[in-house]
Every structure is written in structure tokens, then in C-alpha cells.
Ligand binder design. Structure first.
Ligand SMILES: Nc1ncnc2c1ncn2[C@@H]1O[C@H](COP(=O)(O)OP(=O)(O)O)[C@@H](O)[C@H]1O
Ligand SMILES: [Mg+2]
Length: 343
């Protein structure tokens, strides 16, 4: 198959990145593998094109990630995106919505993981915040607003001493803080900063106010979901004195096996994810509550591999191969029938 990774620049790929393992698996299997970045997409004569680095086929592929990264042979080519069988989204959030318009133009011809519709809907934390949860079983109570007075009122009326505040489209733990009700003199100023001044020169920003989920001190669980099923999980523990478990914010990782209840919980979320075309995602779960669905470029694959001495990229690439094969077979059946009728 021909697969394109729509990602951050190759020069920024680090030795431990999940993306490197996914690319390596595809090249090792002998697929035609291209890499491009959102900035390299464009339209030429009504065709969506991309400047891609394409790995030479037939080269010897080192088993070591650092040697593969250093030595793999690839060359730049301008190619039509619809020529690929699959596009694997691995760009960093937040996604420029215009990039999704480019993908709209190829989505009928190419298997895009995750689907454009799902990427558009889950482009920020509103996707999780608006999750249908009438019995408050799945997500913590969450408010999204840019109305400072409303947000202040929520904090004042809350019966919890502390709440979580975070920007709507943050990632990697950026800007996630605990708001203590007792620090009431700071609250207005903090809210005002998050809503009106956090990005100088830009218009006001939405913020999330969320119930603090008890037990978060012990860390959260990152689950990798593939086609509605949990396939890998690790625990991430915040460094002392920090509320955030993200590895990029100093959190450490531990081996973790999901309980039966957690597997059920993930499958329940997974049904919706698959309906929305979100085949490969990373869930953040604390104490049985869903905190976030990562859809752009979920990580933790390398950490899971190291803790469990496995290569979880294998079933992920298997899934793409299988989906592409089914798509191609369906297409062939149609053209077979056309030639049958003509003949
Ligand atoms: N409601 C919450 N209760 C307790 N801890 C939280 C809550 N929300 C976020 N956190 C902590 O902050 C981290 C980052 O929050 P998250 O919503 O996943 O945003 P990001 O996109 O920055 O990863 C979580 O992994 C968790 O450790
Ligand atoms: Mg997160």
C-alpha cells in the first residue's frame, strides 16, 4: 500500500516518538511511505498535491530506531495526495481547520485516519466537554465559557474547594492549573488573564472549568484505542508538586493493566469514537472519568512498548492494511461489474 504520514517535520522527530515507530513499521513492511507536513499541502490544477519525502523502496531497514532515523534513504517528490491509499494524521495539535479542507478533497479516495469529520469535531476539548452524559458517569462536570463573570460564579457556587482550569485547545498539560476557592482574591484576575490576555493580540479565548477528579494526585491512565477497542494502557504520574500527569510536563510512566470496568468504559466511549471516524485515539482517564480524547497525534506508544516489551505499532498498521484492502476490494468489485456489463 501507499501511505502518507501527515505530520510534524522529520527534523523534529525524536528518538522516542510514537510516530517514528509507526513509520518504521510501514517502511519495514515494504510499503511506499511518504511524509509531509500541513504546510506542504496545496492545490495545483484542481488537484490536492503535497511535497513529500518518500522512502526509497527496497532499502535495508535497520531494526534500531536511531539508526533508521539517521540512515533511511528518502527523496522529495511532489505527488497528488489522492494517489495514496491511506493518510495517517500525526501532526501536532491544534490543527489549522484549513488543512482539514484539503483533506476533504481526498477523503472519498483515501482512507484518512482519523476521518476528517472526526478530526473536525474533536479538534479541541469541546468534543469531550459536550459528551452526552446525563447521569454524570463518564466525564467530570465541565463548563466551557469566555464569560468571566459566569465562570467566577461557577467557582463561588461550587461545593468543591478546588477546580481545574485549562485552555480549550491546549495540549501537553499547558496552562492546566488548580483553582483554589480559598484564594478568592486571585480568581477574577486569573480568569481575566486566561480569557482576555493569555494570547496577546488575539481575541478572547474559551476556558474550561472542570470538577477536580479525586485521585488525580496518583496520576492518570493513558489508553490507546484502535477501532473502538483499548489496545494499550499506561499510568502517568505527575512529578511532585504538579497537577499534570503529561510526560511533556515532567510526569513519569508506570506499567498499568486496565480493570474489567475500565475496559467496559473504554468500549462504551469507543462506540462513539468509531461512529465519528476516530479509529486511533488516546484517552486520558482519571478514576473512571474521561478527561480528554486525543485525536491528532496520540502518544505513549513507545512508553507502552518499553514497559511491556512489545511493539504495539504492529496491530495499528495491520488495521490500516486491512481497511485499505477492503476499500480496494470494494472498488474492484465495482469495476469488475462495469466490465462484465460492457463485455
Ligand atoms: N478534571 C481534572 N481533575 C484532575 N486532574 C486533571 C483534570 N483535568 C486535567 N487534569 C490533569 O492535567 C493533565 C492534562 O489535562 P488534559 O485535559 O489531558 O489536557 P492536555 O491536552 O494538556 O493533556 C491530565 O493528564 C491530568 O493529570
Ligand atoms: Mg491530556
Amino acid at each position: 500500500m501507499k501511505i502518507c504520514f501527515l505530520m510534524y517535520p522529520w527534523e523534529e522527530v525524536k528518538k522516542l516518538d510514537s510516530t517514528l515507530r509507526l513509520i518504521h513499521e510501514c517502511v519495514k513492511r515494504g510499503h511506499l511511505v511518504g511524509m509531509t507536513t500541513p504546510e506542504r499541502l496545496g492545490i495545483r490544477d484542481s488537484v490536492t498535491m503535497a511535497n513529500c519525502q518518500i522512502f526509497d523502496r527496497g532499502q535495508k531497514v535497520s531494526a534500531s530506531m536511531s539508526s533508521f532515523y539517521k540512515n533511511a534513504v528518502k527523496s522529495w517528490k511532489n505527488v497528488p495526495m489522492a494517489g495514496y491509499d491511506a493518510v495517517f494524521m500525526r501532526a501536532n495539535p491544534p490543527m489549522d481547520p484549513l488543512v482539514l479542507n484539503f483533506l476533504d478533497s481526498i477523503k472519498d479516495d483515501v482512507f484518512v485516519m482519523n476521518a476528517v469529520k472526526g478530526l473536525r469535531e474533536a479538534n479541541n476539548k469541546i468534543y469531550t466537554a459536550a459528551y452526552y452524559d446525563p447521569d454524570h458517569e463518564l466525564i467530570p462536570t465541565t463548563h466551557v465559557s469566555k464569560d468571566v463573570d459566569y465562570l467566577k460564579q461557577i467557582i463561588e457556587e461550587s461545593d468543591q474547594e478546588q477546580m481545574i482550569m485549562k485552555p480549550l485547545d491546549g495540549f501537553g498539560g499547558r496552562g492546566v492549573i488548580i483553582i483554589e476557592k480559598s484564594a478568592s482574591k486571585n480568581i477574577k484576575s486569573l480568569l481575566d488573564f486566561y480569557v482576555n490576555n493569555s494570547r496577546p493580540g488575539e481575541k478572547s479565548q474559551y476556558v474550561i472549568l472542570q470538577e477536580y477528579v479525586p485521585g488525580a494526585e496518583k496520576g492518570d491512565v493513558r489508553v490507546l484505542m484502535l477501532n473502538g477497542e483499548p489496545i494499550a494502557s499506561i499510568r502517568r504520574v505527575p512529578s511532585s508538586g504538579d497537577v499534570r500527569s503529561n510526560v511533556s510536563a515532567g510526569g513519569s510512566v508506570q506499567k498499568y493493566k486496565l480493570t474489567k470496568e475500565e475496559v467496559q468504559f473504554c468500549r462504551k466511549i469507543g462506540e462513539k469514537l468509531v461512529r465519528d471516524g476516530l479509529y486511533f485515539t488516546g484517552l486520558d482517564i482519571i478514576n473512571g472519568k474521561l478527561i480528554e480524547v486525543n485525536v491528532m497525534s496520540p502518544g505513549a506508544l513507545t512508553e507502552y512498548n518499553m514497559l511491556n516489551k512489545t511493539r504495539i505499532q504492529i496491530p495499528i498498521i495491520d488495521f490500516i492494511e486491512k481497511t485499505v484492502l477492503e476499500k480496494n476490494l470494494a472498488r474492484k468489485r465495482k469495476s469488475d461489474m462495469d466490465s462484465m456489463l460492457e463485455g
